[in-house]
Design a protein around this ligand. Structure first.
Ligand code: PGA
Ligand code: ZN
Length: 440
């Protein structure tokens, strides 16, 4: 039985306020009290259709305070949940969704609801004396995800000339998660060395990847290849690439074009560089031929279903096409994508939808349609590692949680090391699922 729910305002990795929640439950038989704590992440390149993150909008923290969301947890949500069974996740989540009463959680705030939802799951696992991944996923939770490590940052996550947001490495040649992490970290360090040697900045962006001024996308990938080779790995065999274009951020809706302002600056050109949807697809086709890119996220604008259909027809049998802003972890939008044949993978961010139950539903829907799933952090994170357990719980197969540096990113990778150790021989690691398209 839940005996207390308490929220407070803390800071995230960007120094902005976010919600942290503690849920306490008492076991009926022994009267023992159990408390667990979770906090809520926050995006910068947020999708238009995400659940609403409630911000105070007053003078504190430039309007970014979350005191209202905290108050909703400490009053209305607390009152409703007191006495309820913490093991009934679906019921707790449904009660909060109903109490909110809107489609987008705009009343109580998705940040308020998610904080409670996550903390309930963690308290429940603790009450049953079970690892979180086991509680969420049951006896079949065993797959360690292949990490997508974001080692070069651009877009709205850095103030450099890169228009695309994320350039990631995936160590598919690894035999297990710890080896994959080691390979990724080694490449990351060689990348720093090479950038240094070339007089380029090694300052990092929001997700811990380097953020120098590259001339264009191709140059960023070329540097990745240099680093992979220097680390002694084979480009395209041991290490493959993934990217997040975050194209909604580049899209000019009025003109229907994608504007590459960084690229014009990087090339010292006065003239604006803009691409149509068709030119974007052609650009991806060319990049995929030049570099071993196995996954492209948000290649097109979040509401261009037609464009996404075309993109999927043209590239879907070679590359994983991940919908992030397109799907916003929302079962309704995923359903629409499946029907239309738009994308072939879903990015899962728990705060886009706002409860554990709805996130699990989104994952189940994606999987039953044969879509891949990638569990993801946000650019604004905390030290909590809930998504590491979630990735193993649902056998997602892939996780995207930044560079192998900075504590808010490594907390997830480190938790996966612990889980791998605990599962020992029962741990499964299947990079073949990612490379099978590329090889076909
Ligand atoms: P965000 O970026 O957390 O700033 O939205 C991550 C992503 O786009 O995948
Ligand atoms: Zn994204």
């Amino acid at each position: 039985k839940i005996t207390d729910v308490h929220a407070r305002q803390i800071l995230d990795s960007r120094g902005n306020p976010t919600v942290e929640v503690e849920v306490t439950a008492e076991t009926e038989t022994t009267g023992k009290k159990i408390t667990a704590r979770e906090s809520v992440p926050s995006g910068a390149s947020t999708g238009r259709f995400e659940a609403i993150e409630l911000r105070d909008g007053d003078k504190d923290y430039f309007g970014l305070g979350v005191q209202k969301a905290v108050d909703h947890v400490n009053t209305k949500i607390r009152e409703m949940l007191l006495g309820m069974n913490v093991l009934e996740q679906a019921k707790l989540d449904r009660a909060m969704v109903e109490l909110d009463g809107t489609d987008n959680k705009g009343n109580l705030g998705a940040n308020a609801i998610l904080g409670v939802s996550l903390a309930c799951a963690k308290t429940a696992a603790k009450a049953l004396d079970m690892p979180l991944y086991r509680y969420l996923g049951g006896t079949n939770a065993k797959t360690l995800p292949v990490p997508m490590m974001n080692v070069i940052n651009g877009g709205v996550h850095a103030k450099n000339t890169l228009d695309f947001q994320e350039f990631m490495i995936m160590p598919v040649g690894a035999r297990g998660f710890s080896q994959a992490l080691k390979m990724g970290a080694e490449v990351y360090h060689f990348l720093r060395q090479i950038l240094n040697e070339n007089g380029m900045s090694t300052a990092v962006g929001d997700e811990g990847g380097f953020a120098p001024d590259f001339k264009n996308t191709g140059e960023a990938f070329s540097y990745l290849s240099k680093a992979v080779e220097k680390a002694g790995y084979r480009v395209g065999e041991d290490i493959v690439y993934a990217m997040d274009a975050a194209a909604s951020e580049l899209y000019d809706e009025a003109r229907g074009v994608y504007v590459f302002s960084g690229e014009s600056k990087g090339n010292g050109e006065e003239q604006e560089i803009a691409r149509s949807s068709e030119e974007m697809i052609a650009m991806y086709e060319e990049l995929v031929q030049q570099f071993p890119i196995v996954s492209i996220e948000d290649g097109l604008f979040e509401d261009d279903w037609e464009g996404w259909q075309k993109l999927t027809k043209r590239l879907g049998d070679k590359v994983q096409l991940v919908g992030d802003d397109l799907f916003v972890t929302n079962p309704k939008r995923i359903q629409c994508g499946i029907k239309l044949g738009a994308a072939n993978a879903v990015l899962v961010k728990v705060n886009q939808i706002g409860t554990v139950t709805e996130s699990l539903n989104a994952i189940e829907m994606a999987k039953s349609a044969g879509y891949h799933t990638v569990i993801s952090h946000r650019s604004g994170e905390t030290e909590d590692a809930f998504i590491a357990d979630l990735a193993v719980a649902v056998n997602a197969g892939q996780i995207k949680t930044g560079a192998p540096c900075r504590a808010e990113r490594t907390s997830k990778y480190n938790q996966l090391l612990r889980i791998e150790e605990e599962l020992a021989e029962d741990a499964v690691f299947v990079p073949e699922e990612i490379t099978e398209k590329q090889k076909a």
